[in-house]
Design a protein around this ligand. Structure first.
Ligand code: MSP
Length: 637
């Protein structure tokens, strides 16, 4: 015997808001409409509830979207949808990073005017996000006027507080990373023709041989600073074929980053969960403790970089693209006038390659500007493809639109979140997507829904009645067996488990737990084989088996909404669960077991919308059986 009521979850806001959130999130399969991507006005409906603000990094527009980008976006989308279900007033921002040398060069290589080049790629990100059901509330482009104003204001605040000074920077610059490299980050290497060149020791990007001057640090400023964006991403033997790292010597504005080392350290030590997973928190602490944190160059000479925001009052200088880009998070929420309410609720999702920018530079900039620091920085690792880094030169970049075509948006989303282990890199290949989706979505979940709603078992097509005589609280007194009680315990504990994993960015663990429960429910149905029961004598028990199974499916449908919104909607609509009955607070599993009422009992099921998830075809080439992500995978990198 176990009290289900103990496990019912509470969310922080009023019913009206929860209903609103559920309505906004549900896909409305009941009414035959596709899930919607909602906009700014939805927020006004729930202004009374607690704010939550989640961001993705803004994406460079020098190349088309790939599955790595989609992974950042799907992760943030999942957290946003989850928070809405919990009753938060959640805002979710994404967009494109459009300034800087690399965009300037990409536009010029494409023979296009920079802004129209940016618009084209930015639109392609929007299109991919729409196809992937990324339900952002705000889309920002750094070429927008509102952003220029925010960056100028931010710059002037830093300047007025004395954190900027003019100096000379001399050292290496990596254009692909838009990052300054220290001498230790540059090493000797050879190009494809055997010529001696300088190579970024961390990213593998090559330094042009005509620029092979020795690296030196001049003057009092420790000017050679910055980190390589690919600092944690080393793929031995893989280098880009074009030379992208260059020697530079310029007069720049410098930010007094070194002044903030102690304060950033103190912030991290007193907020041990601010960067998740903890492995990345520890990494940042280690950087701050072990490495030199010199001042940071925050502008480039206009002669080198025109495509950017001019330094206020000094048009010969352009603001460094990373300072420009980071301020986007403030622009979205109305900085410098109206940001206060949202800013205290900001959470960032970032890939591990841009951790230092978000965990050291950004907090230091914010401290300097006198603004609150991020509530959370969620860090994820990277996707490789068939064991190799995705790269244009290798021709293995996965286009998300192709993947959606093959696997559907929900299939791709499920795969990325089910297999994506934030602690370590994950490998993508088509057969693995097929295997995961077929076994967990088509067979296990789809099979369960199909069995339990089949007209042959449930000719009346009503939500069946539960019988306490067949499934009493005391074990061994009815028809339920011990394993049935264990399954009920597992399913009623599931919301707490899923919540814990979502909060820690272990979405794959939440999905693993749901998948384990789906297996238990399938075994429950198999064990009691309702199709073999005699309708005259065993109708009550048959109905009870179906009621319990549908209750399990209702739980899975609600819990899966942040991950696979389309499939979750199909499940819930088939069960006849109304949009306002899909919030986290509706996760009151099997109320009839405790003697409570079940509003669904006796209600008509929804229309049969066909197969939940069609089995995917495997590609003809045979591969070894992939290993599924499990909790064991944690920390394997
Ligand atoms: N523009 C900067 C971010 C500025 S935020 C103020 C940038 N852009 S990016 O387009 O290069 O990367 C955007 C996101 O995509 C990052 O979170 C990055 O980690 C993620 N990914 C890029 N390649 C990836 C994989 N191969 N795998 C997973 N995520 C990857 O950095």
């Amino acid at each position: 015997m176990f009290p289900l009521s103990r496990l019912v979850m509470r969310s922080p806001c009023r019913v009206l808001t929860r209903v609103g959130a559920a309505l906004r999130l549900s896909g409305h399969a009941l009414h035959g409409r596709p899930p919607r991507v909602y906009g700014i006005h939805d927020r006004q409906a729930s202004q009374c509830s607690k704010p939550y603000y989640i961001t993705t990094p803004i994406f460079y527009v020098n190349a088309s979207p790939h599955i790595g980008h989609v992974y950042s976006a799907v992760t943030a989308d999942c957290l946003h949808r989850y928070k809405l279900l919990k009753g938060y007033n959640s805002r979710f921002a994404t967009g494109t990073d459009e300034h800087g040398l690399k965009i300037q060069q990409a536009a010029s290589n494409a023979g296009k005017e920079p802004l129209s080049f940016c618009t084209e790629i930015s639109e392609s990100f929007k299109h991919v996000f729409q196809r992937c059901s990324i339900s952002y509330t705000d889309y920002i482009r750094t070429t927008e006027q509102r952003h220029t104003r925010a960056v100028e204001d931010f710059w002037m605040v830093l300047q007025s507080k004395g954190f900027l000074y003019k100096g000379t920077y001399e050292g290496w610059y990596s254009t692909p990373d838009e990052s300054f490299l220290t001498p230790a980050q540059v090493t000797d290497g050879t190009d494809s023709e055997g010529r001696r060149i300088k190579v970024s020791s961390e990213s593998g990007h090559k330094v042009p041989s005509w620029n092979n001057s020795p690296c030196s640090i001049r003057g009092p400023h420790h000017l050679n600073t910055g980190v390589c964006k690919h600092a944690e991403v080393v793929w031995p033997g893989v280098t880009d074929s074009v030379c992208k790292v260059e020697w530079m010597k310029e007069d720049n504005y410098m930010f007094r980053l070194s002044d903030f080392r102690t304060e950033v350290l103190r912030w991290l030590r007193s907020n041990p969960k601010v960067i998740r997973p903890v492995k990345f928190h520890d990494l940042v602490l280690q950087w701050l403790e072990d490495d030199d944190i010199p001042d940071l160059s925050v502008s480039r000479q206009k002669s080198r970089l025109q495509w950017g925001i001019p330094v206020p009052g000094d048009p010969e200088q352009t603001i460094y693209v990373w300072l420009d880009a980071l301020v986007n998070y403030l622009t979205v929420v109305g900085y410098p006038q109206n940001h206060a309410q949202w800013w205290t609720a900001v959470h960032h999702v970032v890939g591990k390659d841009i951790l230092k920018f978000h965990a050291i530079y950004w907090p230091a900039f914010l401290m300097a500007a006198g603004l609150p620091l991020p509530r959370m920085i969620y860090v994820h690792s990277h996707w490789t493809v068939e064991g190799k880094k995705m790269s244009k030169s290798l021709g293995n970049v996965i286009n998300p639109l192709d993947a959606i075509e093959k696997f559907s948006a929900d299939g791709l989303r499920y795969f990325l979140l089910r297999q994506g282990v934030p602690d370590s890199d994950c490998d993508y290949y088509d057969d693995k997507v097929v295997k995961v989706c077929n076994s967990e979505l088509a067979d296990a979940l789809g099979g369960l829904l199909n069995r339990c709603t089949a007209p042959s078992l449930n000719p009346a097509q009503l939500y069946p009645r539960f019988s306490n005589t067949c499934f009493p609280k005391e074990e061994n007194c009815g028809k339920a067996v011990s394993d049935d009680y264990r399954m009920m315990e597992a399913v009623s504990a599931l919301p707490v488990v899923v919540e814990r994993h979502f909060e820690n960015l272990n979405i794959y663990k939440a999905l693993e737990a749901i998948s384990a429960c789906v297996r238990l429910t399938n075994r429950f149905v198999q064990r009691h084989a309702p199709w073999k029961l005699d309708r005259k004598e065993d109708q009550q028990w048959l109905d009870t088996i179906l009621h319990v199974s549908l209750e399990c499916l209702r739980m899975y449908g609600i819990l899966l909404q942040p991950v696979v919104p389309g499939l979750a909607d199909k499940i819930l609509s088939r069960l006849g669960v109304a949009p306002e009955e899909r919030s986290w607070d509706s996760l009151n599993f099997l109320r009839r077991y405790e003697g409570g009422d079940c509003v669904l009992e006796g209600r008509a099921l929804g229309p049969d919308l066909g197969v939940l998830f069609s089995r995917l075809e495997r590609s003809p080439v045979k591969r070894k059986t992939p290993k599924m992500a499990t909790t064991q995978d944690e920390g394997k990198s």
